[in-house]
Design a protein around this ligand. Structure first.
Ligand code: ADP
Ligand code: ADP
Ligand code: ZN
Length: 214
């Protein structure tokens, strides 16, 4: 099963993608997580990506497409995957389609997690990310057991630099300009499924399971 998560930054794509990955035994592939791991390890890719991420801009398509094509070669992708944060532009979607078509494959579901802009700033300013394992929390909606400490690995939780309100505003306008057109793109391919992302995490997941099947 090949699934794409669509939605604004902070809509809950990562939260739901992790649950989908666990339930359907497919890998969760987050381009944002891959970039952050590269920044942490100070790789060349990380250094390039950071300049864009800090401003709330998108990393250039070539960099992202090369990275994801390499990721697909790994053995765990044999039965599909759930993509979180890719594609984010029409050229990225076209590159994905081209690669899949060459193998007589296709995207099965593009799940759009709908959350209005008004809710996004709140979601983002409350998001906390683990510096160790990348787990995410929310200070109000999904708090860690002990404040500021990751439940999974015990490392420190931080507010991502790009989750500060100034940068979030820019990320939202970038989203509307460059990523939102993907909704129509996948609608035309008859794989688009919309879910109401304003509900609580459990409810959002159960509407996704209704779409994907038990
Ligand atoms: P969020 O979870 O808030 O949607 P991500 O962690 O997916 O954010 O992405 C963080 C940043 O990484 C983006 O703002 C962008 O700079 C970069 N990035 C991630 N995925 C892509 C992509 N597919 N294309 C271009 N830039 C990307
Ligand atoms: P995305 O990957 O789309 O950027 P995340 O999954 O990281 O979004 O979620 C953004 C923030 O909102 C996180 O702090 C997360 O814990 C919280 N969150 C996710 N889904 C919900 C929900 N349905 N209700 C309330 N908060 C949520
Ligand atoms: Zn952790």
């Amino acid at each position: 099963m090949k699934i794409i998560m669509l939605g604004a930054p902070g809509a809950g794509k990562g939260t739901q993608a992790k649950r989908i990955a666990a339930k359907y035994s497919i890998p969760h592939i987050s381009t944002g997580d891959i970039f952050r791991a590269n920044i942490k390890n100070n790789t060349e890719l990380g250094q390039k990506a950071k300049t864009y991420m800090d401003k709330g801009e998108l990393v250039p398509d070539e960099l992202v497409v090369d990275l994801i094509m390499d990721r697909f070669k790994e053995a765990d992708c044999a039965n599909g995957y759930v993509l979180d944060g890719f594609p984010r532009t029409i050229p990225q979607a076209e590159a994905l389609d081209k690669a899949l078509t060459a193998n007589k494959e296709a995207v099965d579901f593009a799940i759009n997690v709908e959350v209005p802009d008004e809710n996004i700033i709140n979601r983002m300013s409350g998001r906390r990310a683990c510096v160790g394992c990348g787990a995410t929390y929310h200070i109000e909606f999904n708090p860690s057991k002990s404040e500021g400490i990751c439940d999974v690995c015990g490392e420190k939780l931080i507010l991502r630099d790009d989750d500060k309100p100034e940068t979030v505003k820019n990320r939202l306008s970038v989203y509307h300009e460059q990523t939102q057109p993907l909704i129509e793109y996948y609608s035309k391919k008859n794989v688009l499924k919309e879910v109401d992302g304003t509900k609580d995490m459990e409810e959002v997941f159960s509407s996704i399971v209704d779409v994907l099947g038990k």
